[in-house]
Design a protein around this ligand. Structure first.
Ligand SMILES: [Zn+2]
Length: 283
């Protein structure tokens, strides 16, 4: 059974560092991710493309292209490496070819490319795909509160629901012989990460369990967006150990300099990221 995977850039945005680093003092985070002159930090929006047997799987879909010009300006969106569809095409994948879209969660920077506008109507971007998300994540996205409202945009998931393209997962799930999802709650209660096994080493696409690489090494560093920060820390402790024990290649979705690496322990027995730019398997 064939297994190949590729990191798919879908765009880059510029955001306030308070979101990503929350309570972490600036003196500590800025050496890992320096801000620009407007005091904003870059955040990549990378997806993962997996060929597993005869299935074409896309994990997350970036922020999409449905935003208003004003919203695009606020996000400072740019495409230094091309759009999601352009990058899928590089690996021979057309919209029609995608069988499964896995959303780690439904925040707008992870599900925006789920849908697109055609003749003023919003429709699923991948017409033949089943979209998979945790059932409680979908519930939270459709039952927001004042704190979560701005992070979920119904146009990214309502058309998937109305077109009956959702498959709701209930807990850790086996997707194919190579691909499984694991619950990593905290950023949102229904947040999941994706593990790809069957190659020389496991791939661990952590999503916002660790937005930037440094978040994975520093257990207490959680984003200000995390709905349940203490749960993030608990999830991270579990999966740091797993990634270390299994020598997994951890893929960081938002980090513009460290896209992937393994977790190692330094002389003080503290976790560190050993940067490994693998980027692809089976070119
Ligand atoms: Zn995110």
């Amino acid at each position: 059974m064939t297994l190949k995977w590729h990191i798919i850039p879908t765009g880059r945005v510029w955001v306030d560092p308070g979101g990503a680093f929350g309570l972490v003092p600036r003196s500590m985070w800025q050496k890992h991710q320096p801000p620009n002159q407007d005091q904003l930090i870059p955040m990549d929006l990378n997806s993962l493309l997996i060929f597993s047997g005869d299935k074409v799987i896309l994990v997350d879909s970036g922020i999409g292209d449905k935003l208003s010009p004003k919203a695009m300006e606020i996000w400072g969106i740019e495409w230094p490496e091309g759009t999601m569809l352009e990058n899928l095409k590089k690996w021979g994948v057309k919209r029609e070819d995608v069988d499964i879209v896995i959303n780690t969660h439904l925040h707008s920077d992870h599900s925006g490319g789920n849908t697109r506008i055609v003749d003023g109507k919003i429709e699923p971007t991948f017409p033949n795909a089943i979209y998979m998300v945790q059932e409680n994540e979908y519930f939270d996205a459709t039952h927001t509160n004042v704190r979560t409202r701005a992070t979920y945009l119904p146009e990214n998931f309502d058309p998937i629901f109305t077109n009956k393209r959702f498959h709701f997962l209930k807990g850790d799930s086996h997707i194919t012989d190579h691909v499984r999802t694991v619950l990593t709650p905290g950023h949102t209660p229904g947040h999941q990460s994706v593990i790809v096994e069957g190659g020389d080493f496991p791939i661990f696409f952590v999503s916002d369990l660790a937005s930037y690489a440094i978040h994975f090494a520093k257990t207490a560093w959680v984003t200000a967006y995390d709905v349940e920060p203490l749960k993030t820390i608990k999830s991270k402790e579990i999966w740091q150990k797993w990634a270390f024990d299994n020598k997994a290649l951890v893929v960081f979705q938002h980090d513009i300099t460290i896209r992937s690496g393994t977790l190692i322990k330094n002389e003080k027995n503290r976790y560190e990221i050993d940067v490994k730019e693998v980027g692809s398997l089976g070119k």
